[in-house]
Write a protein that binds this ligand. Structure first.
Ligand SMILES: Cc1cc2nc3c(=O)[nH]c(=O)nc-3n(C[C@H](O)[C@H](O)[C@H](O)COP(=O)(O)O)c2cc1C
Length: 351
């Protein structure tokens, strides 16, 4: 058995467990990341943040740079294609308080790839390396890069590009060994992760299809990766993180599910405001209440409610014992207001 409660390093940054919570666009809000840390993730990551958005001081984009005290260690992920503007954005990520700047060289979505960013960079190793070296020169925090295997099915480009990125200054690599073409179909081919581990002398994180302790153990043993990353399996299911780092596999009680969801709703409203939060949260209702935890029509009831306050009332009515748990959790963890730092003035101020 490999002990996932072992610390490891990315450059000088100590990561307390060998479990990383995946960056997921439309999912990885502060509430998700703080919950992930509480349930055993050693490192959490923001969703991908547009370097152009930062450059243009887009208000919503700058909101993604908000870091709470209890998230550390935390990576903020950038996507873009121009080395100079990526370096400028990385400086802002550092100023915002991130422990690592992560670069997205894997996003397969057309809106991103058509700008030369995301997975397209796997086809342009020279530009990819220039981006990494510009950022490594611009900031003191370590630079990590997240890759897919390549653009087309069967591609092995990550094995060519990965070592170049390390030479350019990357302190760690994460590989999701599917091609961009595959999106999320087929299986992650971790034989490729093992090959990448053998080619570089920085830590490699294995991402893709890890949804249990047994799977995490198998991937770590097979690949020699420093850590595993968990994404979809943790949506509405922080308990899987607890299990993966070494706890027992157990189904949470209804009260626990409701308590975590209510906390998540409250924090997300604080972060995004009621209007944005109430549509953002709808997918989470299905994720939390599914998996046989509540009858299916209950989720349907929640998604049509007008306000998150009503959602909270319905949830607590369905599991009144959750109230006590919510109170306990809120007294144990720092409140959002205490830990949700405002952005440093310098970030808003241009510069
Ligand atoms: C909804 C969703 C959004 C994602 N957004 C990002 C992202 O912003 N940046 C990134 O590097 N990967 C992103 N990914 C990929 C995940 O980080 C991860 O590599 C992938 O889901 C495979 O891991 P899993 O099988 O544990 O989900 C996203 C995945 C999903 C499902």
């Amino acid at each position: 058995m490999i002990d996932l409660r072992q610390a490891w390093l990315v450059g000088p940054v100590e990561i307390p467990t060998r479990l990383v919570l995946a960056p997921m666009a439309g999912v990885s809000v502060q509430a998700f990341r703080r919950q992930g840390r509480r349930f055993g993730a050693g490192l959490v990551c923001s969703e991908m943040v547009s370097c152009a958005g930062i450059e243009h001081r887009n208000e919503r984009t700058l909101g993604y740079l908000r870091v709470a005290d209890d998230e550390h260690p935390l990576a903020i992920q950038l996507f873009g294609s121009d080395p100079d503007s990526m370096a400028e954005a990385a400086r802002m990520v550092e100023a915002a308080g991130a422990d690592l700047v992560d670069l997205n060289f894997g996003c397969p979505v057309r809106k991103v790839t058509k700008t030369g960013a995301g997975a397209t960079l796997l086809d342009d190793p020279d530009r990819a390396a220039r981006i990494v070296s510009a950022i490594a020169r611009a900031v003191d925090i370590p630079v990590s890069v997240k890759l897919r295997r390549g653009l087309g099915n069967g591609s092995r480009d990550c094995l060519r590009v990965g070592p170049l990125l390390v030479d350019a200054g990357a302190s760690s690599l994460t590989l999701h060994p599917r091609s961009a073409q595959q999106m999320y179909t087929g299986a992650a081919d971790h034989a490729l992760t093992a090959e990448l581990v053998s080619l570089v002398d920085v830590p490699v994180v294995a991402s893709g299809d890890i949804d249990s302790r047994a799977r995490a153990q198998a991937v770590l043993a097979r690949t020699g990766a420093a850590a595993v990353m968990v994404g979809r399996a943790a949506q509405g299911n922080p308990w899987v993180l607890e299990e993966i780092v070494g706890g027992d596999r157990r189904e949470p009680s209804r009260e626990e599910v409701v308590a975590e969801l209510v906390l998540f709703v409250r924090e997300t409203v604080r972060e995004l405001g009621e209007r944005r939060a109430s549509s953002f949260l709808k997918k989470f209702y299905g994720w939390y209440l599914g998996r046989g935890r509540f009858p299916r029509p209950f989720k349907q009831e929640l998604v049509v409610l007008d306000s998150t306050e009503e959602v909270e009332r319905r949830l607590i009515a369905a599991a009144p014992g959750a109230l006590e748990l919510i109170e306990r959790l809120e007294s144990e963890i720092p409140s959002g207001d205490e830990v949700t730092l405002e952005l440093p003035i310098s970030i808003y101020g241009g510069g």
